[in-house]
Design a protein around this ligand. Structure first.
Ligand code: F6R
Length: 601
């Protein structure tokens, strides 16, 4: 979703801002803009569409060492040049970029700036107009900003320029993510560290309802009452190379290929000196002591949670429920007496999940966040934290974070089982290493998956995935991945459920792809394949060597332990979606309408 960058230093701000915005493209956007300040004033350039269009429209004659930039994902007002940020106050003195939603924008307009003619349809513009009104009333800029933000209901990450003070960027945050980056003789603003990783690896987190006065060599953080808050920078653990595509044609392919290495990295990170899987003892105790675990997540993270539920219940014997954040938030079920909440989120910024976190924290329940982004909102606000160590995930479609989530959930199940004295009948480190090897084998044999995409998905508008048990959860993720990157309408069904309605959709040539890796339901899922085949479906079976495979199966996966089949299934489901998207000439890294970091509810 929307992204913000800002730069104040001594270099040419134009290229730094445009490159920063390019680094934020992965979040999803429909228009973009920058504002550059120099002795002649503030120069605003904005365009609908891609950063490349904006890049061409910026006048190279405008030299500046200070500016702000924005990628917009429309919420209020259509995607257009007029609604793109930055927005300026009536006199042109103040220039703002904003992420989030100003819920009471019409009341603010009616109460404080009724006579000001708005130049856009956005909720954002009112903020800059109200700031100007308070400055005209006699407040200094910082006081006007704080007063305005106290009136705002909703979420915001803001960068603000004042044409009369060209040595300062004002920054503010509430609910929407925003960081300050610290350099030598310069400072930056960024929605996330990947945006400005070419400039600095040192960042300062901002908490809700804080503002910052940012100059070339200082940052002063204050709360909305003007009290100064001290905070030291931290260093991010990835570097610029981790965010580049290298020789890969797309980020998605790079990130799919990285998955075996991510599992191996996780095995190092969560391994104690005794060689055993090790998780923070406080976390293991919290899980072992709860009477029910609630996993809260959205999208792909939710699908990883479904697999995690099976592992935690079956291996550790802890009753576990998985909920979609946006549903749980407004329709909370009756809770157990001693619940523990797990938040799964690649980005750590998903607003739907955060809304639940805030609610259950208010109720006094313990919380844990499992995320890929250290320092993200969900990471900071939970009582316990576990990192996914997948490295920056740039493609909008989540791949390596999904497999990392399933592996880290397995670590929880294994360590809690050990604490409870449950004897495992397998060696987890050995079996996870075999799973990583199996994933590698699938990654190395892309041709067969490209062929499946060509044979089954080249001329279709819809497709079905079916499976049972863990394979059912895999199918839900397979369908989501296919939909989001190839725009083929797809659903993942429990094999046995088809005949209760969905089978009516099967006609001649309908692609039905079955995951069949579970021994106990191998015959049943094959019967379901027969049922659809008899009605004309074009069927494909993805089975597992030595467990479920039979002659004639289209794809046979290398054998892995039954708890880890979803890890190896992830590779074909992702690559089939990837090649189907290429066939349909879709932008795989930036699918239409989607955002990487979904920071509005
Ligand atoms: C799908 C995808 C989304 C996210 C969902 C949750 O490929 O990426 O479904 O999984 O928006 O995002 P996080 O995990 O960042 O909370």
């Amino acid at each position: 979703m929307c992204g913000i960058v800002g730069y104040i230093g001594n270099e040419d701000a134009r290229d730094i801002l445009l490159n920063g915005l390019s680094n934020l493209e992965y979040r999803g956007y429909d228009s973009a803009g920058i504002a550059l300040v120099n002795s002649e004033g503030v120069h605003v350039f904005k365009e609908k569409g891609r950063i490349d269009v904006l890049r061409k429209s910026v006048d190279p004659a405008v030299k500046s060492t200070l500016g702000i930039g924005h990628t917009r994902w429309a919420t209020h007002g259509e995607p257009s040049k007029r609604n793109a940020h930055p927005h300026q106050s009536a006199s042109g003195r103040f220039t703002i970029v904003h992420n989030g939603v100003i819920e009471n924008f019409s009341q603010l307009k009616a109460t404080y700036v009724p006579d000001v003619a708005m130049k856009s349809d956005t909720d954002t513009e009112v903020v800059v107009q109200v700031i100007e009104r308070f400055v005209k009333d006699g407040l200094d800029v910082e006081a006007a900003l704080r007063k305005t933000l106290k009136l705002v209901e909703g979420s915001y990450a803001i960068a603000l320029l004042d044409a009369e003070n060209p040595d300062m960027i004002y920054v503010a945050k509430n609910k929407s993510p925003l960081l300050i980056g610290i350099g030598d003789g310069f400072n930056v603003v960024a929605s996330d560290a990947t945006a400005m990783i070419d400039q600095t690896r040192h960042y300062v987190e901002l908490l809700d309802e804080e503002i910052v006065e940012l100059t070339r060599d200082s940052y002063t953080i204050k709360d909305l009452d003007g009290n100064v808050r001290e905070r030291k920078p931290y260093t991010v653990s990835f570097d610029a190379g981790d965010t580049k595509k290298g020789a890969y044609p797309t980020y998605m392919l790079k990130e799919i290929d990285e998955q075996p290495a991510v599992i191996r990295r996780l095995l190092q990170k969560y391994r104690g000196s005794d060689g055993m899987i090790t998780v923070d003892p406080a976390i293991v105790k919290a899980v072992a002591d709860c009477d029910r675990l609630y996993i809260i997540a959205c999208g792909t993270s939710y699908h990883a949670g479904l697999v995690g539920q099976q592992l935690i219940e079956k291996i550790a014997g802890i009753p576990t429920e998985v909920h979609i954040s946006s549903e749980f938030s407004y329709n909370m079920p009756l809770l157990s007496k001693k619940p523990l909440f797990f938040f799964l989120s690649q980005s750590g910024e998903t607003a739907d999940s955060r809304a639940v976190l805030v609610k259950v924290k208010k109720l006094g329940y313990p919380t844990l966040t499992m995320t890929n982004v250290e320092g993200s909102t969900l990471y900071r606000e939970a009582d316990y934290k576990m990192l996914l160590y997948a490295g920056p995930e740039i493609a909008v479609a989540s791949t390596k974070a999904y497999t990392a989530q399933m592996a880290v959930l397995a670590f929880v199940a294994i360590t809690v089982a050990q604490k409870k004295g449950i004897k495992l009948d397998f060696d987890p480190v050995h079996e996870l290493s075999i799973a990583a090897q199996g994933m590698e084998q699938m990654v190395d044999d892309k041709a067969q998956l490209k062929k499946i995409a060509r044979d089954y998905l080249s001329i279709t508008r819809n497709a079905f995935y079916i499976g049972r048990g863990l394979d059912y959860y895999v199918c839900q993720e397979a369908a989501l991945k296919l939909k989001e990157v190839s725009y083929i309408q797809a659903e993942g069904f429990a094999g046995g459920e088809l005949k209760h309605g969905t089978i009516a959709l099967i006609e001649d040539g309908t692609p039905v792809l079955a995951f069949a890796t579970q021994k106990n339901v191998n015959n049943s899922i094959r019967n379901n394949v027969e049922e659809v085949s008899a009605r004309g479906a074009h069927t494909c079976i993805i089975s597992m060597e030595g467990i479920t495979a039979q002659p004639g199966d289209q794809i046979v996966l290398p054998k892995v332990h039954k708890a880890f089949t979803p890890l190896v299934c992830a590779i074909p489901l992702q690559l089939i979606a990837y090649y189907a998207a290429l066939q349909n000439e879709c932008d795989v890294d930036k699918p239409r309408n989607l955002a990487k970091s979904v920071t509005v509810e």
